[in-house]
Design a protein around this ligand. Structure first.
Ligand code: FAD
Length: 416
């Protein structure tokens, strides 16, 4: 693998950048692998990378039905933070944030992590109580967190409207300064390149259509490019997790919903932090290109169509303009949707199943981008050891039988 550095850029500039090697190979699928990962989004690619890097496994394939990152990974609004309420969530999201902080160096790829600070606004007394409680819980868990009153919010984000007569008055906000944004497709490409360099086969345009089993154990997969044998299978298919579970006769407590986002035309820098409002379902940041990046809440119906309904965007923009009247004449450039996999307690599943050798990593819902490194790291451990790491043990499927749910609706209402 060519190491990316200022020197390789300078050397390639001499040949008009025509001699860069491909970032990863496109091999034909082999007849069998030790581990097959289904899903070439950020989480699947991170899992493959950490399996190879941390656990020395090499005979691994990532099977992706479309192209790398074409699912939610490159459709999200890229907000990264770790300020979740409960100990279990704070631990796994904080592990992830720590991995983010060294990721560009680790995989030798610029993932453009920008720790510009994330505000979660409070618009009611209930929001204030919940926000202050979360700040306290975060600090007890070693996660950086501050509470700002309305004036403090205005200081941090001068373009926000804190008028008391606003439809959604700003009463304060939690602030995580280490939170921010990262470049989503770079995360997929960076993990793919690093995993490929360690021998992982990344196979695009290869849809899994069946899970083969014998005696309660997985033996491989059926795909649009033929059958492939495997000792273990890790399913990391986000909104399609329950479709794949059904292939193995398993019913997951996961529902799939559209989640939309949009960008404005590019404008000069006006907002240098991330603002989220769970109550009004809007969140905003500005990309390096100058576009305002905005996300909404989920559409309430189930769908696999990767697009949502117009009234959700209309509602979102109404709330957004009240918070930021300065945006009123900015034009929207494009909108899109992804299909998110939500669990009843708004927490993920990283777990073995009743089928030996079959593992699921899903349920990240509207907020899994920030978890990409930590999720891959924990899932790789689970696959390699056939046992969960302490960080993901609480996120097993058995919690839906025991009742030990991890209710993160407060921190994950629009979850980013
Ligand atoms: C609009 C929007 C905004 C969001 N904003 C944020 C945010 O700001 N911050 C945040 O933390 N999270 C956010 N999220 C959530 C986040 O994007 C996801 O939780 C995360 O990207 C999931 O990553 P993944 O790798 O698990 O899934 P994906 O990237 O969806 O990857 C799953 C892959 O599996 C493939 N696949 C499915 N079925 C099969 C099959 N049968 N065979 C082979 N491959 C298959 C799919 O093609 C897909 O590429 C947002 C999501 C959306 C849609």
């Amino acid at each position: 693998m060519v190491k990316y550095s200022i020197f390789t850029i300078a050397r390639n500039a001499l040949t008009s950048h025509k001699n860069w090697p491909k970032q990863w190979r496109s091999p034909e699928p082999k007849s069998s692998y030790d581990v097959i990962i289904i899903g070439g989004g950020g989480h699947g690619l991170a899992t493959a990378y950490y399996l190879a890097k941390e656990h020395g496994m090499r005979n691994i394939a990532v099977l992706e039905k479309g192209w790398l990152g074409g699912g939610n990974t490159a459709r999200n609004t890229t907000i990264v933070r770790s300020n979740y309420l409960w100990d279990e969530s704070a631990a796994i999201y904080e592990k992830s944030l720590q991995l983010w902080e060294g990721l560009a160096q680790d995989i030798n790829y610029n993932v453009m992590l920008s720790q510009r600070g994330v505000l979660n606004l409070a618009h009611s007394l209930g929001d204030v109580r919940e926000g202050v409680r979360r700040v306290n819980a975060n600090r007890l868990n070693g996660v950086d967190a501050e509470w700002l009153d309305a004036e403090g919010v205005k200081d941090f984000c001068p373009i926000i409207n804190i008028s008391k007569t606003a439809r959604h008055p700003v009463l304060g906000a939690t602030l995580q300064r280490r939170g921010g944004v990262a470049r989503h497709d770079s995360v997929a490409w960076g993990y793919a390149r690093a995993a490929d360099a360690l021998g992982v086969d990344i196979i695009q345009n290869c849809e899994v259509t069946g899970i083969k089993r014998e005696g309660g154990k997985v033996t491989g997969v059926e795909t649009t490019r033929g059958d492939i044998a495997a000792k273990k299978i890790g399913v990391v298919a986000a909104g399609h997790s329950s479709v794949i579970a059904e292939m193995a006769g398993i019913r997951l407590p996961v529902t799939s919903h559209p989640l939309q986002a949009l960008v404005s035309e590019p404008i000069k820098p006006v907002i240098d932090c991330v603002v989220m409002s769970g109550a009004v379902h809007v969140y905003v940041s500005q990309s390096d290109k100058g576009e305002l990046v905005m996300g909404a809440g989920i559409d309430s119906f189930n769908s696999y169509a990767q697009r949502g309904s117009f009234h959700v965007i209309e509602h979102q923009l109404g709330a957004c303009l009240e918070l930021f009247p300065i945006f009123s004449r900015v034009r929207m450039m494009r909108s899109w949707g992804g299909i998110v996999d939500t669990c009843p307690d708004a927490s993920p599943i990283l777990s073995g199943t009743s089928v030996e050798g079959l593992y699921f990593n899903c349920g990240w819902g509207t907020g899994g981008f920030k978890a990409t490194p930590g999720s891959g790291w924990c899932f790789a451990y689970t696959l390699a050891n056939d046992a969960p790491h302490p960080l993901n043990a609480p996120f097993s499927l058995s919690r839906f039988e025991s009742g030990a749910l991890i209710d993160e609706h407060g921190a994950a209402g629009v979850a980013h």
